[in-house]
Design a protein around this ligand. Structure first.
Ligand code: PLP
Length: 364
């Protein structure tokens, strides 16, 4: 039996009627942008994360741009960002006029460390974008202790929790989320949010998302049109109460892989201290990851490398990409995402592991 890389359909089927009822109610209500659903979602998301403020925006990339601009990042500034991430984490930086400075990751955890950030710090560093990649947690408090504010890119970490109950996105100065459909909390289109405990930053992001205006009459800043719409907010409100159970399913799927013996065939993802990751992607490492990819594909198992060409080696980053990042290179070469979803069971994990074991052992 084939095992797909994702399975959002099975997960959402259980709340299908509730979502359709919500969509109908919003159509009847007739408000479609920044209305009561968005306000309620912002409050519910902030409460879920344990943060004071959440601001709904158009997508996760805009969330990063607005968070950086709210921090005052602009021309002449540098912003440190990992090279091993989805490209948008870095792409947001030049949009503010600042320069991305790429730093390395720990290839075992896939996230940045205080050491890799320190190596990239200069007197011009204005902020760090810390990516909680694949749902793991970057050590953002230790990084802020270096004296720079952190923007947590939590696009892949909705549902992740720390042992003490705190949640990524609400650990540092400001955090961002994406609700792209494939994310752990996914809209039926684009959506994003910025999260902060700081009232001044909240106000700035709210102003920036609406053309730099607070009252729709006076335009104080060159802003953006980056609003969350009512349909997406309503759909996200139906889903949010289920997020923890879904993420428990993702964590259980990770345990199924461990119990099925995957750790004997490949390097398993390593949670950072205290993190209980809601694996957005379950990413293993293997010296011959392309061969493993082919072996799995032939057996009908969904698998895919995500960042074979890391952000600093992308053509648009040419100007800023001349830097040696050995941890990034290793992760880029060896990583491979395998099936992960809230409903991935032990039998499917066994199938994935059986297929992986067909890869011919390396000749020593
Ligand atoms: C998905 C993602 C984004 C961008 O989110 P969009 O909503 O697609 O703009 C940014 N950073 C990371 C790490 C992501 O995974």
């Amino acid at each position: 039996m084939a095992v797909p890389l994702f399975d959002t359909a099975t997960t959402l089927a259980a709340i299908d009627a509730e979502i359709r009822a919500k969509i109908n109610a919003i159509i009847d209500n007739g408000a479609f942008v920044l209305g009561p659903e968005v306000r309620a979602f912002e409050e519910e998301l902030a409460a879920y994360l344990g943060a004071r403020h959440a601001i709904g925006v158009a997508n996760g990339t805009d969330a990063l741009v607005l968070a950086l601009r709210a921090l005052g990042v602009g021309p002449g500034d540098e912003v440190i960002v990992p090279a091993f991430t989805f490209y948008a984490s870095a792409e947001a930086i030049p949009h503010t006029g600042a320069r991305p400075v790429f730093c390395d990751i720990d290839p075992e955890t896939f996230v940045i460390t205080p050491e890799t950030v320190r190596a990239a710090l200069t007197p011009r560093t204005k902020a760090v974008v810390a990516v909680h990649l694949f749902g793991n947690v970057a050590p953002v408090e230790e990084i802020e202790a270096l004296g720079v504010p952190v923007v947590e890119d939590a696009a892949q970490a909705a549902g992740t929790v720390l042992a003490d109950g705190r949640r990524p996105g609400a650990l540092a100065t400001i955090g961002t989320f994406s609700f792209y459909p494939s994310k752990n909390l996914g809209a039926f289109g684009d959506g994003g949010a910025v999260v902060t405990n700081d009232a001044a930053l909240d106000e700035r992001v709210r102003t920036l998302r609406f053309h730099g205006s607070r009252d729709k009459k006076t335009f104080e800043l060159i802003g953006h049109n980056s609003r969350l719409d009512e349909l997406q907010a309503g759909i996200l409100r139906v889903q949010l109460p289920h997020l923890d159970a879904w993420c428990d399913g993702r964590r259980a799927a990770g345990r199924h892989y461990e119990q099925a013996g995957l750790g004997e065939l490949a390097a398993l993802p390593v949670p950072t201290p205290g993190a209980e990751p809601a694996w957005h992607l379950y990413v293993i490492r293997h010296d011959r990851s392309d061969e493993l990819h082919r072996t799995l594909t032939e057996a009908g198992i969904g698998a895919r490398p995500y960042y074979r060409v890391p952000a600093h080696k992308q053509p648009a980053m040419r100007e800023w990409g001349d830097v040696e990042l050995p941890g990034t290179d290793e992760a880029a070469r060896t990583h491979l995402a395998i099936p992960m979803s809230p409903v991935l069971g032990r039998e499917q994990a066994d199938e994935v592991v059986a297929a992986a074991s067909l890869l011919a052992p390396a000749i020593r």
